[in-house]
Design a protein around this ligand. Structure first.
Ligand code: HEM
Length: 260
């Protein structure tokens, strides 16, 4: 783990060094995340000439790691489970494809149309419930505090077991283990007995900063797949879950695609 971390950090220091040199030679920030963070690092005063301290290089490196790690596998895991589940429920695969074809045909997607997707959105929510990429969140008390009637001292690590919540019949009903996208028809808050129970992107100040982007990205990728392919599980697929940190299919996702 330490070795991997050092390798990642040394790659990032290399990228940062090159970009800083280019910026010092007059290249603009390109307005991407790295450019904006480095601009903050280089600024020592604000527009009024007041001294400010921007991000340190260590902070920039940490943010790059966070964005890369939080942003890559999560969405790909969501798409993978969506394809597995829709292979198991071909009737929902057909319904989703009908919606996509009725909105876009075989043409390129557009933002307005993506915002009108209903069936696809219900499906993604239900997949996020049954196979949420994040299985738990952790928070640490920084001072003595009372939560749910219990007083905790500072320094206690609290786990919010998302996986257990998503499979709790007291929250979702007796059909909790079934794939039923229609439970979200009247919105997220009506889908369960507890309006705040659906938390695939967490909640509060540390909620996933990219939740809207992630859903948009997933919809675009999923709709494009539906436009081009029908799919079903290969005989070698074995349904099992590996939920160490992120929830992945334990033995991979062997799926047969047929171009349409
Ligand atoms: C289906 C896709 C995704 C899921 C399910 C997901 C889920 C989450 C969750 C549960 C957290 C909060 C963890 C906690 O509370 O401890 C989180 C945080 C975060 N996510 Fe996502 N995420 C997804 C996609 C993305 C993407 C695409 C990006 C970046 C482009 C991203 C960037 C981040 C960042 C930077 C944080 C940390 C925010 C902070 O601490 O303030 N995520 N994500």
């Amino acid at each position: 783990m330490h070795q991997n971390n050092s390798e990642i950090e040394s790659i990032l220091h290399g990228l940062i060094g090159k970009r800083m040199q280019a910026m010092q030679e007059g290249e603009n920030t390109k307005e991407d995340l790295l450019g904006l963070m480095l601009e903050s690092n280089m600024r020592t005063s604000d527009d009024n000439g007041q001294s400010i301290s921007g991000m340190t290089i260590k902070e920039v490196v940490e943010e790059c790691k966070l964005f890369y790690l939080a942003g890559t596998e999560t969405t790909s895991i969501l798409l993978t489970w969506t394809m597995i589940v829709l292979s198991m429920h071909p009737e929902w695969q057909d319904r989703a494809r009908e919606e996509v074809i009725s909105l876009f045909g075989k043409n390129k997607l557009n933002y307005e149309g993506v915002n009108r997707l209903k069936t696809v959105t219900l499906i993604l929510y239900e997949v996020l419930r049954l196979y949420s990429p994040a299985v738990a969140f952790f928070r640490k008390t920084y001072k003595e505090m009372k939560i749910g009637g219990i007083t905790y001292p500072a320094g206690v690590l609290i786990e919010l077991p998302l996986l257990l919540m998503n499979h709790d019949p007291d929250i979702w009903g007796r059909d909790v283990h079934e794939f039923k996208p229609e439970r979200f028809t009247n919105g997220i808050s009506q889908a369960s007995k507890n309006p705040g129970a659906f938390l695939p992107f967490s909640w509060g100040p540390r909620i996933c900063i990219a939740q809207q982007f992630a859903l948009l990205e997933a919809k675009i990728a999923f709709c494009t797949i539906l436009q081009c392919f029908e799919f079903e599980l290969a005989p070698s697929y074995t349904h099992a879950v590996n939920n160490t940190r992120l929830m992945r299919p334990m033995h991979g996702a062997q799926i047969k695609l047929r171009a349409i």
